[in-house]
Structure formats: structure tokens, C-alpha cells
Design a protein around this ligand. Structure first.
Ligand SMILES: NC(=O)c1ccc[n+]([C@@H]2O[C@H](COP(=O)([O-])OP(=O)(O)OC[C@H]3O[C@@H](n4cnc5c(N)ncnc54)[C@H](OP(=O)(O)O)[C@@H]3O)[C@@H](O)[C@H]2O)c1
Length: 306
């Protein structure tokens, strides 16, 4: 199979495009012929060695959409030809390839109303947003939430989900992305380049931070007493707040079939639509990484594999 892989950690230039052996479905696994795979921020962190050493050649990529092409022993709920999407188990990658072997229990059937490109664009982003907004922050109708980094993939899903729940959404974005985040449903947009969000937002019930760094620590300031904040760009632990009357949380983002099915349901209901998507060929993974690493683009970067 063709794949984009690395033989050493480093910059985008270490990404190679070439042939690797086809995977085989083990017990309780399926092989999926991948049609589209996402480029996530985690991919360039992994490529550069941020998550530790790996065994080379190493195929990056955490979520994908495709078609089941082989079924291993013990799998009775998926068939060859099923259109599916999945997010790899935590610690496993391999979606920048024409094929992947994956545990069947974490694979979900793709809705026919979504293309493969759209499905992968809302797989890990949707799973993360669901874990943060519904399971971790337990956002309720009528509450106000500040979502940091509104133009990104996860935040774009989170804005729509929070609006679907009935919350009021404030988000941060640069001026160029103002209309985009408004189109996703944001009630209020703060241009973080020209305004200090801690002066523009206050008394929030919740914060969802997808930016990290000092934005994470400063986010506590906008919360009311008893407010909750969830962080996905500050490492494995939630940052410690300097005040004692708020709650700091790290969404677990578990891999499972059920939340992926819920994502499909949200799309069918019309509650969520896929983000703006920029497409690359699998052989252009390095180019996509340069854009991802810039951290200033809109929506989602997707590799068209077939
Ligand atoms: N399982 C997990 O825990 C999990 C899963 C997915 C993602 N993540 C993490 O979550 C983070 C977000 O990922 P993502 O893929 O959604 O988006 P991303 O690619 O990291 O973010 C891109 C967006 O961030 C915005 N941005 C950059 N700096 C900003 C700032 N200071 N204030 C407000 N917005 C800012 C940019 O918008 P502008 O152009 O408007 O600046 C751009 O649209 C990453 O760190 C990723 O590793 C974690």
C-alpha cells in the first residue's frame, strides 16, 4: 500500500511517500481501505517527537473514513464493503495510508449523507468536542460558554454543539475568521489579536480552551464562581487555576463506536455540519503539516487518499 510515513523525527521534510506492507486483520479487527484521513495538530507534534520515540517506519494519522476490505476472526457486526469512520486508539496512529488494521469495536458505520472527506473531518474533532462539551463540562441550555480558538476544527464542532444544546457562545478568532465562526453559530466573536478576551468576557459558566499556552491560564479569569473550564491543548493534565472557586478539567476523549454514531446523528439532525475543509493528496502530507503547524488556518485539513 501507499503511505506517508517517517523514518526519523523532525520537521515536515521527514515525511516520505512510498510503499509499505499491507496490514492484516487480526482477531476482532477489520482492515479498512482508507479514502480520506485527517491532519490533526497531534500529527506534527508526533512527527517532531513530542510524544516520545516510535518504531520506524512510522505512519502518522489518527482518524479516517473508508471502506471495510477484510474482516478478522471474531468480528460479526461489520462486513466487507461497509463504509466506516474511526479514530485510532490512543497511542496508535496509521491513517496516512491506503489501508489500516483497527479494532472493530471502535469503528462506526458512516452515514451516507456524509462524504469520506467530511466524515474524517468530524471524527476526532467531533469526538473531542463531544467529550469536552457534553461529558466533561456538561454544558446546559441557557449557560454561557467561551470557546477559545473558534476557527479550528475541534472548536468549530464545539460551537455548533453548544448552540444545539441551547447555550450562548462567545468565541475568539482573528478578524479574517469572524464571518466563518458566526456562520457556525457563535453569538459573539472576540478578535484576540486586537482585544484582551479577559476584558471582553466575564461571568461565564464554562470555558473550552483549544489554544493552550498562556490563553489556557488566562481563561480562568472569565469564569463565574463555580465555573468549569476544559482544556485540550495543555497536555495530559488540566492546568492549575490561580483561583480556588473554579474547576479545571481535562476531557478524556475515549475511543468508542457510540460517540461516533452520535456525531453522525447530530449531522443527520442538522445540528452540526462539517467544517471548512482544505484538501491535499496523501503525497502532499508534508505541505499539509506546514499549514497545520502554522496554527492559523480555518476548519480542517484533510488528505484525500483515494
Ligand atoms: N484528544 C485530544 O485531546 C485532542 C484532540 C484534538 C485536538 N487536540 C488539540 O486541540 C488543539 C486544537 O486543535 P484543532 O485541530 O481544533 O485546531 P488547531 O489546528 O490547533 O488550531 C487552529 C486554529 O487555532 C486558532 N488560533 C490560534 N491561536 C489562537 C489564539 N491565540 N486565540 C484564538 N484562536 C487561535 C486559529 O485561528 P486564527 O487563524 O483565527 O488565529 C486556527 O483556526 C491542538 O492543540 C490539538 O493538539 C487535542
Amino acid at each position: 500500500m501507499k503511505a506517508a510515513f517517517i523514518n526519523q523525527h523532525g520537521g515536515p521534510e521527514v515525511l516520505q511517500y512510498g510503499d509499505l506492507p499491507d496490514p492484516v486483520a487480526g482477531a476482532d479487527e477489520v482492515v479498512v481501505d482508507i479514502f480520506a484521513a485527517s491532519v490533526n495538530a497531534a500529527d506534527w507534534k508526533s512527527r517532531s517527537g513530542g510524544y516520545g520515540q516510535v518504531k520506524f517506519p512510522y505512519v502518522l494519522g489518527r482518524d479516517f473514513s473508508g471502506e471495510v476490505s477484510a474482516v478478522g476472526p471474531g468480528v460479526d457486526d461489520l462486513r466487507i464493503g461497509d463504509e466506516v469512520l474511526a479514530v485510532c486508539e490512543a497511542g496508535q496512529e496509521g491513517a496516512y495510508a491506503e489501508k489500516i488494521a483497527i479494532k472493530a469495536a471502535i469503528v462506526a458505520k458512516k452515514s451516507a449523507s456524509l462524504s469520506h472527506v467530511e466524515a474524517t473531518a468530524i471524527a476526532l474533532t467531533g469526538l473531542t468536542a463531544l467529550s469536552a462539551i457534553e461529558d466533561t463540562l456538561k454544558l446546559k441550555r441557557g449557560e454561557t460558554i467561551l470557546i477559545q480558538g473558534g476557527a479550528g476544527g475541534v472548536a468549530g464542532f464545539a460551537i455548533q454543539l453548544a448552540k444545539h444544546i441551547g447555550a450562548r457562545v462567545i468565541t475568539t478568532a482573528s478578524d479574517a475568521n469572524y464571518a466563518y465562526v458566526r456562520s457556525l453559530g457563535a453569538d459573539e466573536v472576540i478578535d484576540y489579536n486586537t482585544c484582551d478576551f479577559t476584558k471582553m468576557a466575564s461571568n461565564c459558566d464554562a470555558v473550552f480552551d483549544t489554544v493552550g499556552g498562556d490563553v489556557a491560564q488566562r481563561s480562568f479569569a472569565v469564569l463565574k464562581r463555580g465555573g468549569r473550564a476544559a482544556f485540550i491543548a495543555s497536555g495530559a493534565q488540566a492546568p492549575q487555576p490561580a483561583r480556588g472557586d473554579v474547576i479545571s478539567l481535562r476531557p478524556p476523549v475515549g475511543r468508542a463506536r457510540a460517540p461516533l454514531e452520535r456525531i453522525a446523528q447530530l449531522v443527520l439532525q442538522g445540528a452540526v455540519r462539517p467544517p471548512e475543509i482544505r484538501l491535499y493528496r496523501l503525497s502532499q502530507a508534508a505541505e499539509a503539516h506546514r499549514v497545520s503547524e502554522s496554527r492559523h488556518f480555518r476548519g480542517k485539513l484533510v488528505l484525500q487518499v483515494r
